[in-house]
Design a protein around this ligand. Sequence first.
Ligand code: TMP
Length: 215
Amino acid sequence: MPKQGLFVTLEGGEGVGKSTLAANLKARAGTAGFTVYLTREPGGTPAAEHIRDVVLRVPDTDPLSPASQALLMNAARADHFEKVITPALQRGELVICDRFADSTRVYQGVGGGMSSEDISALERISFDSKHPALTLILDAAPATLLERRQSRDGATAPDAFEARDLAFHERVRTGFLDIAEQEPNRCIVLDALMPAESLADAAWQLILDRAGSGT
Ligand code: TMP
């Protein structure tokens, strides 16, 4: 592990299996003797978890604008980055974060129409534009993922983002794939429909390679 730690993020649309992958990566990191800090966004600190509740639970009848969402996501991110992510990296840990700034670029930018200049300004304020060393983007067709989520979660009520139409989720998918194309050194796309263990093996190997390269 590089002495400055390693910051890895997991990204993708709804129901791609980031949480399962995160848990499987944590297990592999533990077996390999790495100190791993698993966290998520929006969330990761008490204040950021409160913000998560607010932003995901607004009533459908009175939705937040993309700008309000982005401000709240970045308020949560600033607290999380300062109090949790930075100290863990300074301790030389492997930090795995379930969603980070690419989600704002895609959901509030591509999906919500915010300009990339405005989002870049928020990135400078909330985490000094210190992007992760490695971002694993889990990808699959939104319609297939929706079927998988419905068969798995049954009647669970969708949150403010899950409830959006298929066209929105298609834009989200394209948004993540575009980021991967623009930043091939940082981002790697993985097939979200792979069996969970194979996906975790592939992802863990990519993390090991990145840790070995000293970035
Ligand atoms: P999760 O269900 O994957 O934990 O993510 C919560 C939702 O929040 C998900 O629908 C994506 C959305 N989101 C944004 O719109 N912008 C952001 O910056 C982040 C971190 C999440």
